[in-house]
Each structure stands twice: as structure tokens, then as C-alpha cells.
Design a protein around this ligand. Structure first.
Ligand code: KIV
Ligand code: ZN
Length: 521
């Protein structure tokens, strides 16, 4: 039930645009569709689905997300150029509720890039926003680097955009420079000063370079903004964007001082957070607010004692409210398929029969090796399931390692239906194993990231390994979980290689590599 004494704040999620565009966070087409569906289902008002002119892949993703959208407005990004705006419209027009978001850098530093005078830029804004408005009823305009734009010029261009037909004016803090008081004041003064400001919605779009994105976004709302632009897990370039889960939960928990509400079903936050972490290859830090592994963990004796007597002693929100299951009973090797399905449901994961079959086989295999299979183990199994195109597959791996000599890996791998073996030595078991993979499938991909996380406690815990590879500007990630860290590493490496092969095949017309960044104005 909504409280009518509170103001509605619109949630604009840009995980698939600003988040996905950050180096290394590239998602596959199917992953983008899945994340968009989850965002729509969670109650996100507007999904910024991509930057259609950037590549064929972006265009296809935005078009398909638009076609499949249910409730959310589907938005695409376009620079202040007519071909960009046309391309964006071509992609979003399939949505029941389309939006074009066009922008230009208005600060002195950004104006210098296209070498436009203030007057020339003002004309460009009028021309491009009017063009977008002729195509689509719902147009958003952003003066990029607004927080470093001269006040008078900012007021002038905002007024032009409103007159040209923009119904949402977004005020980006592109480089994460502003502070909460300034953020509130800027929005408040714009609303008070610019003619026509009362007829549009002001949005806030903050980056987290100084760790103030959440505070700045909430301050902007206090100043009068009614749209927050954010991403799941705060994914985004450099230090990221405002985290959706943080602003939404802050308004929910502190409704006493922030009388606002959103349409987000907060119980879906945890599942989305996990999926975004998995598909982007950007794990969530353990102590991250709301969605970190430790956000609801109570380790110390005093805390545990307090929690047992009254959960409110150390918890300001209930774990259930963000989608964490209450008590979690571990499954074991005698648990059947029905128990597994029920557990998945409890964890907020809906799977089809085929996927369940696949997860069940791997669950049994894990339960044979591990006494108790915890919720996080099961989630790790889910995140390593997929029906992707497979060229390389791990068949068998033996590693000898220890003190007194190099590690030695004997690898059997299937490469496009043919079995190959390789034996390599290396500086540790992972190095030896990766060398063996490269002996079977020679490649020049650079290992940009290799990360290991223990999923649960104990020496028999599963390890989740994330790998990110880069080859000629094409980036692919892989993730896998296993009780054997070296096996998980090789599986993650092989998955990333499989994705690179698929992406490499697409290079040429229709390539999914971006030639244009939204920074290239
Ligand atoms: O950070 C930024 O300025 C942006 C704009 C494109 C809105 O992402
Ligand atoms: Zn941004």
C-alpha cells in the first residue's frame, strides 16, 4: 500500500547502459535480456537498456528488451546528433512505453571537445531535443558534467531543452565531484529559477568517485528531484554509479526523515544483485551496504546475544525485506529434486525443468563431496548453469603441486568435438593448468582479472572463480564454482574462452564490440 503523505520517486536503472559500459562488465545478449526482465519484474520504472548507436549488439539488445518489456519504460541513450537519435528511436519504438535519452557535455571542459561556443551548443540542444520529441512523446535530456557547468549557462540550456519538449531533465554529476549539500541546492535552485521547471521531472545521476553517490542522490531528492538514476550493486565506470539497493532501502528505512516511496519490490533485490554480479563478472564486496555477504551477518558474541534477544538491537531492516531467506536449512545428499526446487524458490530463483535437471545433477555431485550444501552453494550452482555455445570443455584435470618444484597439470579437453591432452608445468597449479589450456587452444587473450571467493565457510567450501579476458578490444568473462579451486579456475577460464570465440566469430558486420563510447561526443 502506498502512503499518500509521501512523494513518489521514479527509479531509473542504468545497469545495462552506464553499468554495462564500464570496462570489463560486458554482458552477453541473453544476459542483458534476463537482467532487463528481472528489473521490470522488480518494479523499476525506467530501464536504460543501452546505447543503440554504439554497436549492432547494443541496438539488438535495446530492441529486444523493448519488444519484451511489460511494465517499465524502455529508454535508449543518444548523443546530441540526429543519426544517434534516429537509431535510438528505431530500437526503443518497439516498447509499449519508449523513451529517448539524449545528452551533451555542457561544462567548459566538455564544450571544448566538439569545439562549440555556448551559442552553437545551445542551438544544437534545441535542434536535437526537438528532433527527439518529434519521434517520441517521452524525451529525457542531460547536460553531461552539469555539476561543473557554469550556473547561468546551465539554466539557459535546461530552459532550451524544456522548451524543445524534454519532459525529464537529468542533472548528472558525471565525475562524482559534488557533495550532498550542493546536490540538494543545485536541484532546488534550478526548479526555482528555470522557466517551465514545474512542468518537468528533475532527475539526479551521480557517480561515486568520492563515495558520495548515494548521499548526493538522496540530497537531490530532498532538493526536489523525483527520479534517481542508479545501477544494481552500484556497477559503473570508475567507482561506479549510485547503487539502486542503497537509495531504495534508505528511503524505505528512513521514511521518517525522507518522506518518499518507490515502486520497487525490495524482496527481489538480492537475487538481482547476485545475477548482476555473476553476469558482469564484478563480485560484490563482502561489506557492501544491503547486498554484501556480511550486510546481515553478526559474528561477535555481544551482537549475537543481542540478536537472539531482539533482532532490532543490531538490525535496522529485516533480511527478508531485501530477499534474503530467513533461516536457511542446508540440503544434503539425500535431498531430492522437489526439495531443491523448493529451496530455489525460497531463494527467489525460478528455473525451468531443464535447468532444474542440470542443477540437480551438479547438486548431487556437490553433495557427494560436501557434507552440507548451503544456500550460497546452491546459488553458486545456479550461476554456473547456462545453455551457451560451447567449443571447449574440460574433460579431466590432474594437478601435482606442493613445495620443492614447479606444479604440473595434465589436462584433457574437448575442443569442437575432438579430445586433446596437454601436460604443462607452471608457477603454481593455476598457472600450470592455464598453460595446458593454452597448449590445447592457443590464444593471445590477456588475463585482466582472476578472482577467487569462498562461497561458504570450511575447507570443503566451494570456491567461485571469476576470470576476465581481453583480446583485441573484445572482453569476455567466465565464472565457475567448485570445491576444488583449480578446477573452478579452469572451468571459469574455459567459459571465458568460449565466450571470446563466440564474440570473435561476430567481428565484422554485426560485431558486438563497441566502436563508440558515450564519452565520444
Ligand atoms: O554520467 C553521465 O553524465 C552520463 C550521461 C550520459 C547521463 O552517464
Ligand atoms: Zn553516468
Amino acid at each position: 500500500m502506498t502512503d499518500t503523505s509521501k512523494d513518489r520517486v521514479v527509479i531509473f536503472d542504468t545497469t545495462l547502459r552506464d553499468g554495462e559500459q564500464s570496462p570489463g562488465a560486458t554482458m552477453t545478449h541473453d544476459e542483458k535480456l534476463e537482467i532487463a526482465e528481472l528489473l521490470d519484474d522488480m518494479g523499476v520504472d525506467i530501464i536504460e537498456a543501452g546505447f543503440p548507436i554504439a554497436s549492432e549488439g547494443d541496438f539488438r539488445a535495446v530492441s529486444e528488451i523493448a519488444e519484451r518489456s511489460n511494465n517499465s519504460v524502455i529508454c535508449g541513450l543518444a548523443r546530441a546528433q540526429l543519426p544517434d537519435i534516429d537509431r535510438c528511436w528505431e530500437a526503443v519504438k518497439h516498447a509499449a512505453k519508449p523513451r529517448i535519452h539524449t545528452f551533451i557535455g555542457t561544462s567548459p571542459l566538455h564544450r571544448a571537445i566538439p569545439n562549440l561556443t555556448q551559442d552553437e551548443m545551445a542551438d544544437r540542444i534545441h535542434e536535437t531535443v526537438s528532433h527527439a520529441r518529434n519521434l517520441c512523446d517521452n524525451v529525457q535530456w542531460s547536460p553531461m558534467d552539469a555539476t561543473r557547468t557554469e550556473w547561468d549557462y546551465l539554466c539557459r540550456v535546461v530552459e532550451i531543452a524544456i522548451k524543445a519538449g524534454a519532459s525529464t531533465i537529468n542533472i548528472p554529476d558525471t565525475v562524482g565531484y559534488t557533495a550532498p549539500e550542493e546536490s540538494a541546492d543545485l536541484i532546488k535552485r534550478l526548479i526555482e529559477t528555470v522557466p517551465g521547471a514545474d512542468d518537468v521531472i528533475f532527475a539526479t545521476h551521480c557517480h561515486n568517485d568520492l563515495g558520495m553517490a548515494t548521499a548526493n542522490s538522496l540530497a537531490a531528492v530532498i532538493g526536489g528531484a523525483r527520479q534517481i538514476e542508479c545501477t544494481i550493486n552500484g556497477l559503473g565506470e570508475r567507482a561506479g554509479n549510485t547503487a539502486l539497493e542503497e537509495v531504495v532501502m534508505a528511503m524505505k528505512v528512513r521514511g521518517d526523515i525522507m518522506p518518499y516511496f518507490t515502486g520497487i519490490d525490495t524482496r527481489k533485490i538480492m537475487h538481482l544483485s547476485r545475477r548482476v554480479a555473476t553476469v558482469s563478472g564484478f563480485p560484490v564486496q563482502f561489506n557492501k551496504a544491503i547486498v554484501g555477504k556480511n550486510a546481515f551477518a553478526h559474528e561477535s558474541g555481544i551482537h549475537q546475544d543481542g540478536m537472539l534477544k531482539n533482532a532490532e538491537t543490531f538490525e535496522i531492516m529485516r533480511p527478508e525485506d531485501v530477499g534474503l531467506a530467513g533461516t536457511s536449512l542446508p540440503l544434503g545428499k539425500h535431498s531430492g529434486r522437489a526439495a531443491l526446487r523448493a529451496k530455489l524458490k525460497q531463494l527467489g530463483v525460478e528455473v525451468g525443468d531443464n535447468q532444474l535437471k542440470d542443477i540437480f545433477v551438479r547438486f548431487k555431485d556437490l553433495a557427494d563431496r560436501k557434507k552440507e550444501v548451503f544456500d550460497d552453494d546452491i546459488l553458486a550452482l545456479v550461476s554456473t548453469t547456462g545453455d551457451e555455445e560451447t567449443h571447449l570443455e574440460l574433460v579431466n584435470l590432474k594437478v601435482i603441486c606442493g613445495t620443492g618444484g614447479p606444479a604440473r597439470a595434465e589436462l584433457e579437453m574437448d575442443a569442437d568435438g575432438r579430445e586433446h591432452t596437454a601436460t604443462c608445468e607452471g608457477d603454481g597449479p593455476v598457472d600450470a593448468s592455464f598453460k595446458a589450456v593454452r597448449a590445447i587452444h592457443p590464444n593471445t587473450a590477456k588475463l585482466q582479472l582472476y578472482q577467487v571467493h569462498a562461497v561458504t565457510e570450511g575447507t570443503d567450501a566451494q570456491a567461485t572463480v571469476s576470470v576476465r579476458l581481453e583480446e583485441d578490444g573484445v572482453i569476455a568473462t567466465g565464472q565457475s564454482a567448485d570445491t576444488d579451486t583449480v578446477v573452478a579456475s579452469v572451468k571459469a577460464y574455459v567459459q571465458a574462452l568460449n565466450r571470446l570465440i563466440v564474440r570473435r566469430k561476430k567481428v565484422g558486420p554485426g560485431a558486438d564490440t563497441r566502436e563508440i563510447s558515450y564519452r565520444d561526443v
